[in-house]
Design a protein. Sequence first.
Length: 259
Amino acid sequence: MLVSVMQSASRSVLLGCWVIILLAGLFFPQHAEAQYWWNASREPVGIAPDPATNPEAIIQVYGARAFGWRGYFGIHTWIAVKPTGAQSYTIYEVIGWLRRSKRSVLAVYENAPDRRWYGNVPEILAEKRDDGVDALIEKIDLAANRYPYTKDYTMWPGPNSNTFTAWVSRAVPELQLDLPPTAIGKDYLGYRFISHAPSGSGLQISFFGLLGVLISAVEGIEFNFLGLSFGVNWNPIAIKLPLLGRMELNSWSRPVTEN
């Protein structure tokens, strides 16, 4: 009887998830703008400080809707760093298609950090500047070089680009990174079942990124079912939903202004 009830509940939750997916596709088509990878824009959008006029150390974590139909479901994330006095940014990210040529999926290179991800506009998920940031950059580089899945990539449930960003964030809790629920793969722990939350604080229990829970002063409370995250945060108050992301409640009451 108990097994039957659990199976019925699982089917109901899964059906609800697919309803959310269909509604998101209807009402939020802008979440997956790029149509063809060969002509999708990779131009910078102008939100990264110019290293020529900003000598201070900078860390920025970016996220943008994934390419094509994947963008309805989630985002791709990457980390950009610029040590004090550096004239360019170094980017750390996992790129799945590198695996096709049997190369490491971890890419470390210099470029503009705020480029569109194949047509989709990025946003800054976390940023650190000035004092103490050079030391954090060294910790990021060390964590990136210890990433255990450089030869592995699985879009769902992981390891993927968001698994990498969460790996680094756990090692550098000073970033206080709150990855949104659209960062599918952030909860993948491999064969570990207990760890810190992706922010590096609190506690997380996760079974291969498919089922789990976390509680943290940074992320709040999140529940993960089949890689889809639902949660509540309290600083500021926000709800977290699959596909839609983090939605701050106080933003709903703000008056609409036009430029």
